[in-house]
Design a protein around this ligand. Structure first.
Ligand code: ADP
Length: 431
């Protein structure tokens, strides 16, 4: 563990720290950010009313739209003299949101990433192949800082230029890689294509995030790259990668949220009401320690559940894998659908690979989904039984009849380094 004491602190003590940090934060925000001062005044709330995390529900959510209305620097809580770095979200869903860090914030960023790396199995002295994009996106520099802090040798490869990545993985022999799961799939396939045995690499751990992924992709990457693959989650608005991390010995049981810095809630998507632990809804964060860009109840739009795991090594709360973003949820003939649900079903068939995409179209008044999925090497993509098995399983599990088109290996677009979209929604184009 990178910070044993804080990572294993009893919940009551964690709450105490959270409450102290939150009380101090609301005063700062009221004084330094006009948006929050107006928000408090409008609600008739004084900073002194928010004494503990239990009082957070008195406040409305801060949403991406609020950040956009204050674009670019209106939400900063510190003057520019105190800012040491500015990042922006990838802009996956529109205009990027701009975020800032003081030196203290960068130190926290390094700390939570270092914790995450250790939690993923990385150790000082190992080399990190950092294939997250460097630049405005928080992934590259975020992982870089944390790895440097925890004593790793960072190879700042950034995203893309796959040939060069393969060469570095073979020649520099890093033990740890971090990138998007879809790019790890690409790398693993490229090695196989070139007849390079992953056992000749030194990779042990893959730390994957920035987009939703399931056990289907985990098994493909783990067997392809001969690694232990764990999930890292984060978003620029909260800090970047390192908001939560899965432990390499507790795979599949969720990712620890570093809750001494980021206080999580899961709320109902429609009503905004807080949900009990274990129930799925929208993840909401309050940053407890950041100086330059603190947020109260930030609506991430990501769907998951949070829960305490009594059998876990650490005391911090865990979150389940993200199912998708609330606005990526498709509503098809009245049924809510995330692409990760289809991904999980594909995983059950050993003749299918987790290279797939969903094509959504409107035919007349009917919305239809076509699943394009690749078969694994050596399997006939015209096999009618294989196709109908998948159609049936999707119908039984999700309750929707989808069209299925089995494709030959290599025919579905691959990640070139960044986030990969697995949905082609033709309805937006038609209307
Ligand atoms: P953008 O919202 O423009 O993509 P970011 O680069 O800050 O901006 O990405 C943050 C988002 O990426 C999260 O809100 C979430 O939707 C997604 N994300 C990050 N890590 C994961 C992960 N491990 N699993 C699923 N989704 C993730």
């Amino acid at each position: 563990m990178y910070q044993h004491e804080i990572e294993t602190l009893a919940i009551e003590q964690l709450r105490k720290i959270q409450n102290e940090r939150l009380s101090a934060l609301v005063y700062r925000l009221y004084q330094d950010v006009p948006f929050y001062q107006q928000l408090f005044d409008k609600q008739g709330i004084q900073p002194g009313d928010i004494k503990s995390v239990e009082d957070l529900h008195l406040l409305p959510f801060t949403k991406k739209e609020d950040l956009r209305l204050n674009y670019p620097f209106g939400m900063f809580a510190k003057p520019m003299q105190d800012i040491r770095r500015i990042h922006a979200s990838s802009g996956t869903t529109g205009k990027p949101t701009v975020v800032a860090y003081t030196q203290h914030d960068l130190d926290i960023f390094d700390e939570v990433v270092a914790r995450s790396l250790a939690c993923a199995g990385a150790q000082p002295g190992m080399k990190l192949h950092n294939a997250y994009g460097y630049g405005l996106f928080t992934g590259g520099l975020g992982m870089h800082g944390g790895a440097t802090k925890m004593g790793m040798a960072v190879i700042p490869v950034s995203g893309g230029m796959t040939d060069r990545q393969l060469m570095i993985l073979q020649d520099f022999k890093p033990e740890v890689i971090c990138c998007t799961p879809s790019y790890a799939q690409t790398l693993s396939e490229e090695f196989a294509k070139r007849g390079i045995d992953s056992r000749d690499l030194a990779l042990k751990y893959a730390i994957l995030g920035a987009e939703p992924w399931t056990e289907a992709i985990r098994s493909q990457i783990e067997s392809g790259l001969k690694v232990i693959a764990t999930n890292i989650y984060g978003l620029s608005e909260i800090i970047g990668p390192g908001v939560s991390q899965e432990d390499f010995e507790e795979k599949g049981s969720g990712s620890y949220i570093w809750e001494d810095h980021f206080y999580p809630e899961v709320v109902d998507k429609k009503t905004g009401e807080p949900l009990p632990y274990g129930e799925e809804g929208v993840l909401v964060f309050t940053t407890l320690t950041k100086e330059a860009f603190p947020l109260l109840r930030y609506w991430t739009n990501d769907i998951c559940s949070i829960y305490y795991d009594e059998n876990a090594k650490r005391s911090h709360i865990k979150m389940s894998a993200i199912k998708g973003r609330a606005d990526d949820m498709l509503i098809i003939r009245g049924v809510n659908l995330f692409h990760t649900q289809v991904e999980e079903i594909i995983h059950e068939f050993d003749y299918l690979s987790p290279n797939y995409c969903l094509i959504v179209e409107r035919r007349g008044t009917m919305d239809t989904v076509q699943v394009e999925v690749e078969v694994v090497k050596g399997v006939d993509s015209n096999n009618a039984v294989f196709k109908s098995n998948l159609i049936q399983k999707i119908k039984n599990t999700i309750g929707l009849t989808m069209e299925v088109s089995l494709k030959n290996p290599g025919s579905i677009p691959r990640s070139q380094g960044g986030k990969l979209s697995r949905i082609v929604d033709k309805r937006a184009i038609e209307y």
